[in-house]
Design a protein around this ligand. Sequence first.
Ligand code: PLP
Length: 396
Amino acid sequence: MVNQEYYNLGTAPSVIRALFAYGLEQTAKLGADKVYDYSLGNPSIPAPKKVNESIVDIVNNVDSIALHGYSMAPGFEPARKAVADDLAARFGLEVKPSELFFTCGAAPALISIIKALTVNSDSEIMAIAPFFPEYRPFVIANGAKFVMVPPDTEAFQIKLDAVEALITPNTQAIIVNSPNNPSGVVYTEETLKGLAALLERKSAEYGHPIYIIADEPYRELVYGGVTVPFIPCIYKNTIVCYSYSKSLSLPGERIGYVYVPGFAEDSAAVFAAIAGAARIMGHVCPPTLMQKVIEYCATERPDLVAYDENRELLYNSLIEMGYECAKPDGAFYLFVKAPNGDANAFSEKAKLEHNLLVVPADGFGCPGFFRCSYCVANDMIRRSLPAFKAMIESYK
Ligand code: PLP
């Protein structure tokens, strides 16, 4: 006998993985130039030069036993200090190394926070559609209730009236992901201030803090001079979840952190509960080599030229063809309205007729749209444009 819930999760089909697998099959049959795969959010730019240089330097110069040994569970002091100093310098806050807990990327960071804030089976965690699909199993399998805020399908900001209608005395937190996967939209300061005011009012009404879980793996991936507001500067009861998977193109290295600001309500208890949650998930320490890399590279930023060129090319071309898209200011996703409103049918037809692989957004809580991950070769985008054109023409 096995746990049925986990069995179901382990065997549930993933639309994204299925598309990716189909792309690999077709590539083997027809050649890479005949397949246009926009399915996965895997960075397509290399890690900054300094990251690779640091790895070589560390491997050559740091004592091998220490380098491959355990660290303390929340990470080594120098790595925590490097990140604390960088956050403090950029956002004008006092950030202490002791407020940071290093994790193996954003996914375990999120799960630790969700576990820490789930006080009983009535606890509710909200997410704003469209959202990263893993939020749902992260919340539900942990025994809390997943509450979905319906999408604003015009500007892809946050429908504050919908948030207000869904908050209950059991609301523990709301996950805010900006720049957003899958919409590519950056929530404006005005939107976030509105959310902060609402949460402050509701926290006072219910007599306990409602936290924002700021899931920020795309914080540095932003274009055209747009700034991404740092949510702890707007709402004090924010717990930040960060990853270097996208910003330093290191998804396979599994490194990220949780930041619990000292000024957040019950911050010491929240931090301790996150540490306890990480412990029972088998967290021992994040990779020591990667902690060392972050110690040296905490101020490194990605070179976004290639993503920006892709964004401009895909967005402008699709708009010119008559598609409707959310304005993509950040991350590396373009979120497109399916021409007749049925994104599943669009995705299937595009796949079978053109080997054009786009992800229908039902799993993101936003039916009728599809996601294109433009972390791909620019040349692939150019070659895919006739397929997009043929697809929209076929709906006219
Ligand atoms: N949050 C969002 C919004 C993501 O898009 C992803 C990965 O795609 C994650 C979290 C998980 O990232 P990580 O690789 O750091 O676990």
